[in-house]
Structures are given as structure tokens and as C-alpha cells.
Design a protein around this ligand. Sequence first.
Ligand SMILES: [Zn+2]
Length: 316
Amino acid sequence: MSPRLFRHPHGITAVDTEYLHPGHAASHIIQDAGRAAFVDVGTNYSVPHLLDALDVLGIAREAVDYVLLTHVHLDHAGGAGLLLQALPNARAVLHPRGAPHMTEPEKLIAGSKAVYGEERFNKLYGSLVPIPAGRIQITQDGLRLPLGRRELEIIHTPGHAMHHYAVVDAAHASIFPGDTFGVSYRELDSTRGAFILPATTPTQFDPDQHIASIERMAAYRPESLYLMHFSRVTDVPRLAGALKERIRELVDITKRNANAPDRYAAIRADMLSSWLGLAREHGVQLGDAEIARLLKGDLDLNTQGLIVWLDRRARS
Ligand SMILES: [Zn+2]
């Protein structure tokens, strides 16, 4: 199967990682003056598609300088160890709090199995290949990385995860925010443009830091954001406002259901009804059942993450 590629301006290409279903998750390749970098890579099962994408784009495997991993959630970084085996000159770029999970993935595997269950974990992610410490470059906030003739800036963006960073390509008014700028599936586009929703995945969601990170990225006044879920969006000021509002709403929903007999069911139901209302207001063409199906994974993970946050907050 040939890789599903989406060509964007400024040497940027999205590759569908074929995670869950087409249109759900995109790895991005940045090309500049004969060199290349990946931003997020998907799972072990994504690796053949990424290598095919390099072939289609005419990029030698030796020409890849970086595998930039915005955070170590497995839909973003699960395939990095395997991919690096095929890219002799690439370094994995990781946040200091994320790197230990990639050199010794046992804890990450256990945590993900707790979320997904053993069988589903194996089906989604397979067997994780550790990244040798010698192939990792650790980030600091404001780190600048040369790629061909351009310079990428790494900024730490906690909120979705503590160990999250974003990649800023200021010269091209582009930011690769991982999951810190939410999810925006193309199926939900309307004549009003993109429809955006927060990702409050377990286990490190922090609403205040999340909103601060969104504001920090928006302050660069980017023209384009390249989300993992799913690729390019523009109209950033509108989306930033909507996303912050929707994070605050999820916090309200969570607090108001804190003592419900079945918190999970109550929070998830309120989230779904809010999102269906917002989608209708936005002019989304799909019916309610189709929207609920498309957003099932996000509803499940967001609810889990909000409950983890609620319990952490009660303890502190
Ligand atoms: Zn993700």
C-alpha cells in the first residue's frame, strides 16, 4: 500500500500513520536543503509507511537528522526505536522527563497496558524497541536545532503531558504542537473551517499549564499548526480561543460530576452532549451517531484523563 501523503507549503509533508483508522494520526516530515526531520512517528506499525514516504519523497535514509518526539505517548513515539534502526544519522530529540521512558520503556508499557489492556496494547503498539541513550538529544526550553538551511526552536509546552514540547519553525510561521493544541479531524471541517477539541489524555493533564502553553504558541502568531490529529489547521486565533474555552468547560463538567455515582459515565455523557452541540453550531455535516463514533477514542481517553486529574487534585 502506498503511503497516504499530504503535501503542505514550506517543505512539509504529512504521512498518515494508519493508527486506528485513516485520518486519525499524522507524522510530519520537514525537508530543507537535502536534510529532513520527522515530527512524531506513530507506532511500530507506522514505520513501514514512514519509510515508504521517504522513498516517495526521494529522501535518503541517511539524510534524516532528527526524529522529534513531542511527547512519549505511544501513538506519537511508540515506533521511534524501530524507526531509528533504519535511519543511521538521526537523533531522537526528547524532553528530559520523556527520555527515560524511551531508553527503558517498561514503565511506559505498564502504564499504557493499564489504559488499554494487554491484548489491545499488543494489537495497537506491538513490542517497543528501546532507544539507545547515545542516540538521544535532550531538549531544554528554547533549544535551537539546525535543519538544512532552517532553524527549529523547541519550546516546552506542558499541559497535555508534563514532558511535552512543541517545534517552532518561525521563519515559516509554522508550529508542530503535538497534542498541546488539541485534535482537529478533517471530517469535522465545515464552511466555518476547522473544528477543534482538547485532548486531556491520562495521566498528566493540567488545565492551567495547558492554557498557558496554548497562549505561548499563539503568541508566535503562526499561520499554520501541524497537529498529530490531524495535520494542518490555520485560523489560529479563533482555534486558540475555542480550545481554551473547551478545556475550561471540561474542567467544569468534571467538577460538577465529581460526586456522581458513576463519574466516568456522567463526565463522558456531558462531554459528548457538549461536543455534539458545538459540532452542530459549527455546521458539521455528519450526524450525531457518526460524530460520536469518530470521537469515541477521544471521549474515552479524555474522561480517563479528567478523572486522574480530579483525583490528583483531591490529594494535593
Ligand atoms: Zn496523540
